[in-house]
Design a protein around this ligand. Structure first.
Ligand SMILES: Cc1cc2nc3c(=O)[nH]c(=O)nc-3n(C[C@H](O)[C@H](O)[C@H](O)COP(=O)(O)OP(=O)(O)OC[C@H]3O[C@@H](n4cnc5c(N)ncnc54)[C@H](O)[C@@H]3O)c2cc1C
Length: 453
């Protein structure tokens, strides 16, 4: 029997499930995480007792509302946590539950709401123990109630940088400093666009001011140079906005430059992709209702372009309404219009964020040849450049030549950095070097998994 399937139980997937159930459908909701909520409303493991305020701060009510929505759907859907979708080939998905039970699941329609991960631009020493992505540092705090270190430096750019600094400080582990690669002038210039969402903008200003008042130094226009250490992180070297170099002793570093969408399932299903300048990434195309280019495939949330948690909830509902209406069922046109309007306003805010936290264009030109870019296959920047000098500039050809993106992460961690290096070395714009094609399994599988049709 073919099912209506949602992949991802974050804000987008849960609101999509709720909408489908409200219209009389009984979807299958798959998520590799053991509990619903996605990245932003990640739940703590059983036995942990911190309240919603400690976990989600200003967003506690939204988080609680989302968890309640999922709980209230019990009996109306087939929710399968701990279930990874590792392959997609219409009309089926390959899943792995609890790390051992493989199943091939036929779908009639699939709504992909797989979210995002950090975008990593490596620096020398980034593979040392004690270095985390910003997202991973937040997961340690939110899910496991652990700080990643006692003397912590946060670096990179984007809203998560400030949110994380505030969350760590509130949890009793204030960072030594925050190094933001975005110049202060860019953030000031972005203010008019950011005022499209005054409440969200105010939260960002609050985090920043709070850090100042509580003695956490924030350096804008600061560049992370390298991580020093023998067995693990011992210090970080960085350069301030005037070009002066500094060294700060620390025992942990978290870094990242905003987020990147998880698009592999849409790719495996044959969806059309388009370059998004705002995301500096190839994204699956969708119409204003969330329909992908392939019939029966719907897209919602950060997995189809980074727009944040509130937008993910709206987009999940909107894509589900499109699915319902494509089945010939009645949907409320006013609600659809309202969702589209609100998403449009969030889109304007997103443009503002892009201006406030611009991509550090100089990164690729400054990366040393010895820098390890792909930690799965130990491919260095120099090897990528050598492949380009052999005449390869299309990213999949470079992958075939030097194995960048061929390891366990399948390019999810190194793909963005590799594209920047290839573009820089070949003298092309980054959208001209092609798109790293997804391959199954999209995430690592244990040996011995048997696909049961
Ligand atoms: C680590 C991290 C931390 C973040 N923290 C915050 C924060 O504190 N505040 C904030 O406003 N924004 C945060 N963001 C951004 C935020 O995640 C999003 O804006 C929001 O959660 C997007 O909702 P979503 O439903 O699109 O995706 P998500 O919330 O990411 O949910 C996607 C879900 O899909 C599941 N999934 C993905 N791939 C598969 C697969 N192949 N098979 C099965 N399941 C799969 C994941 O387990 C996840 O539960 C964070 C992002 C990241 C990456």
């Amino acid at each position: 029997m073919s099912e209506v399937v949602i992949v991802g139980a974050g804000p987008a997937g849960i609101r999509a499930a709720q909408t489908l159930c409200a219209h009389g459908l009984r979807p299958v909701l798959l998520d590799e995480a053991p509990q619903g909520g996605g990245q932003v409303y990640r739940q703590q493991p059983p036995g942990f007792t911190r309240d919603a305020g400690q976990l989600y701060g200003f967003e506690r009510r939204k988080g609680q509302a989302l968890h309640t929505a999922l709980a209230q759907l019990e009996g109306q859907l087939d929710y399968r946590p701990d279930t990874l979708v590792w392959n997609a080939e219409a009309p089926w998905l390959d899943t792995l539950s609890q790390g051992r039970e493989a199943q091939r699941l036929a779908f009639s329609e699939v709504l992909i709401a797989t979210g995002a991960t950090d975008r990593i631009l490596p620096v020398p020493g980034w593979t040392l123990p004690g270095v985390y992505s910003l997202g991973a540092a937040q997961i340690a705090l939110k899910s496991q109630a652990c700080a990643i270190g006692e003397q912590l430096v946060l670096a990179g750019s984007g809203p998560l940088l400030y949110l994380l600094a505030w969350q760590y400080a509130k949890a009793g582990a204030p960072p030594l400093m925050v190094l933001d690669s975005a110049p202060l002038s860019a953030q000031a210039r972005a203010t008019p666009a950011l005022l499209a969402q005054p409440a969200t903008f105010a939260k960002g200003v609050y985090y920043r001011a709070w850090l100042g008042v509580h003695g956490v130094p924030v350096h804008t226009g600061a560049q992370l140079l390298n991580v020093e250490g023998d067995q693990r992180v011992e210090a970080v070297h960085w350069q301030d906005s005037r070009g002066q170099a500094h060294r700060v002793a620390c025992d942990a570093l978290a870094f990242g430059h905003t987020l990147r969408s998880e698009t592999q399932l849409a790719d495996l299903l044959g969806c059309t992709f388009q370059w998004s300048a705002a995301n500096r990434a190839w994204l699956p195309t969708r119409d204003e209702g969330g329909r992908a280019s392939v019939t029966g495939v719907y897209l919602a949330g950060d997995g189809a372009g980074i727009l944040g948690a509130d937008a993910a909830e709206l987009a999940g509902e909107l894509a589900a309404l499109s699915l319902v209406s494509d089945r010939g069922l009645h949907v409320d046109p006013t609600r659809r219009h309202e969702l589209q309007q609100r998403l449009g306003s969030l889109e304007r805010f997103r443009q503002g964020l892009e201006r406030a936290f611009p991509f550090p264009e100089q990164w690729a030109g400054q990366a040393s040849d010895e820098l390890v870019v792909c930690r799965c296959e130990q491919v260095s920047a120099g090897e990528i450049r050598a492949a380009v000098r052999q005449g390869h500039w299309e990213i999949n050809r470079v992958k075939a030549t030097c194995r960048i993106g061929m390891g366990r992460c399948q390019g999810r961690l190194c793909g963005a950095a590799a594209a920047e290096l290839i573009a820089c070395e070949s003298g092309r714009a980054v959208d001209q070097v092609g798109r790293l094609r997804a391959q199954a399994p999209i995430k690592p599988l244990p040996f011995g998994v048997e696909v049961k049709p």
